[in-house]
Write a protein that binds this ligand. Structure first.
Ligand code: SF4
Length: 247
């Protein structure tokens, strides 16, 4: 259930306070980890879905070693693409999906596969363009725009980020990961740079990895405990709110 609009300003204030504390805790600004062009980043993001980083990285490396261009991936026998990405989860689903995405981009662009033109669009326009491709959701579109060489301020929400946001009551208890993207982005100042958006995402993700664990979060040493109804309930023995995050 969404939170009432009357809470919006309070949640914006909380989001900024959480941002400042977690950025200080984990050492922002964080260096960007990728310099891929946007199409390569999009394919990398599709491979990474529910896959450990090292496995999706290996699948990506094997794919680009086997097929030097995205047009070759698009036009290859699907079994060969599937074999090249066998180190990630569900290669039998991801191979045809990646090829379908590449075909759709080629058809829309009428030429070689390339997403550099997205640099000319606003973030909402670029997101809308990407998210109307079947198989591309808000996390993939945001990762493509933010992590790639485009460096556009679109915010991805991964499972750690989502869990922390839900426990802090930045979003409602039943809001899923996809719907969380627009709601969490609306809490950030609209003029934030790509670096600030990236720092926000990374800081919440690091917090989920290093303190706000799925099982047994370390609330006793958490720097945002005073902002967190879930952690306060947990430490006081009160009933815990039922939240809809997944592992
Ligand atoms: S207080 Fe506990 S549940 Fe809340 S953000 Fe911190 S670690 Fe997570």
């Amino acid at each position: 259930m969404p939170l009432p609009d009357s809470d919006l300003e309070a949640r914006r204030t909380k989001a900024l306070l959480v941002h400042e504390r977690l950025c200080a805790q984990y050492g922002a600004p964080f260096p960007f980890f990728s310099t891929k062009d946007p199409l390569s980043e999009l394919i990398s993001a599709l491979l990474s879905h529910r896959t450990r980083n090292q496995d999706s990285h290996r699948a990506y490396q094997q794919l680009v070693a086997r097929f030097p261009t995205w047009e070759q991936v698009r036009d290859a026998p699907t079994e060969e693409v599937q074999a090249a990405i066998s180190s990630c989860t569900w290669p039998e689903q991801k191979a045809p999906r990646i090829q379908a995405v590449l075909r759709e981009i080629s058809a829309r662009c009428g030429g070689p596969c390339d997403l550099a033109f997205l640099a000319e669009k606003t973030v909402p326009e670029a997101r809308a363009w990407l998210e109307t491709i079947p198989g591309v959701g808000p996390k993939t579109s945001a990762a493509t725009l933010l992590f790639s060489s485009l460096r556009l301020p679109a915010m991805p929400v991964d499972s750690h980020h989502h869990r922390v946001a839900q426990r802090l009551n930045l979003i409602g208890p039943k809001v899923g990961t996809e719907a969380a993207h627009a709601l969490l982005e609306a809490l950030l100042p609209p003029d934030w740079s790509a670096q600030q958006v990236y720092d926000h995402h990374e800081a919440l993700m690091f917090h989920g990895q290093k303190c706000c664990y799925f099982h047994s979060p370390a609330c006793g040493r958490c720097v945002v405990l005073d902002q967190c109804p879930f952690g306060q309930a947990r430490l006081s023995g009160a009933p815990l709110p039922v939240l809809a995050y997944s592992k």
